[in-house]
Design a protein around this ligand. Structure first.
Ligand code: FE
Length: 223
């Protein structure tokens, strides 16, 4: 097996009542684990059998959403990052290095939170919301479907799943409420701090090997 099956960094009940245990369990097993299992089936016995997830992503990226291999690899990466972006009793005001960076790049936390919720609401269809570090500053970006910011040289700091399966069981169509609760009660600022420190040390890495959003023809192809 090339890619290790994931483990949740906490008990499935740990994020309640923001995300209920059954919702987290189903999201993890029916979505994340399935992507990883399918990814391993796709690469088994082929030239990528011993490749890392990062290598698979870069090899599959040029075909983007037209490639099941890309979608499985990207969703495997995105979900692993998402689980680590949350913790029980998280959220609230940023700490340590993130506090200064948020104040520098968004003026203040309140402005950051407003822009995070606005971006979450503006995304049409499935995708992801990210806080990334790009050329020395934090930015909020969204990606469509399985697309992941690491393929654009952006360094993820926090990721939030915007697919309906992430919030419908607990919030129905109220994606804004999910985004609000994520900020207030889940966001793992320690993880964000670790990522910010790493991003500043590694600097800008050119990993641009594919578009962040699916090109029109890929969306039509639907594969
Ligand atoms: Fe998901």
């Amino acid at each position: 097996m090339t890619i290790s099956m994931p483990t949740l960094p906490y008990n499935a009940a740990a994020l309640a009542p923001v995300l209920m245990p059954a919702s987290v369990e189903r999201h993890f097993t029916d979505h994340h684990c399935r992507y990883v299992a399918r990814l391993n089936e796709l690469v088994a016995s082929g030239p990528l059998a011993d490749a890392t997830l990062d290598e698979i992503l870069r090899r599959a990226a040029p075909r983007g959403a037209r490639s099941e291999l890309f979608n499985c690899a990207a969703e495997s990466w995105n979900h692993a990052f998402y689980w680590r972006s949350m913790k029980a009793g998280g959220g609230g005001l940023p700490i340590d290095a993130m506090r200064a960076q948020i104040n520098s790049d968004f003026k203040n936390y309140k402005n950051f939170a407003a822009r995070w919720k606005k971006a979450a609401a503006a995304q049409f269809g499935g995708g992801w919301l990210w806080l990334v570090y790009d050329v020395g500053r934090l930015k909020i970006v969204t990606t469509k479907d399985a697309y992941t910011p690491i393929l654009r040289g952006l360094q993820p700091i926090i990721g939030m799943d915007l697919w309906e399966h992430a919030y419908y069981p607990d919030y129905g169509a109220k994606r804004d409420e999910y985004a609000d609760r994520f900020l207030n009660s889940l966001l793992n600022w320690e993880f964000a701090n670790e990522n910010l420190v790493k991003a500043k040390v590694s600097g800008m890495i050119d990993r641009t090997v594919g578009p962040m959003h699916a090109p029109a023809e890929a969306a039509v192809a639907g594969k």
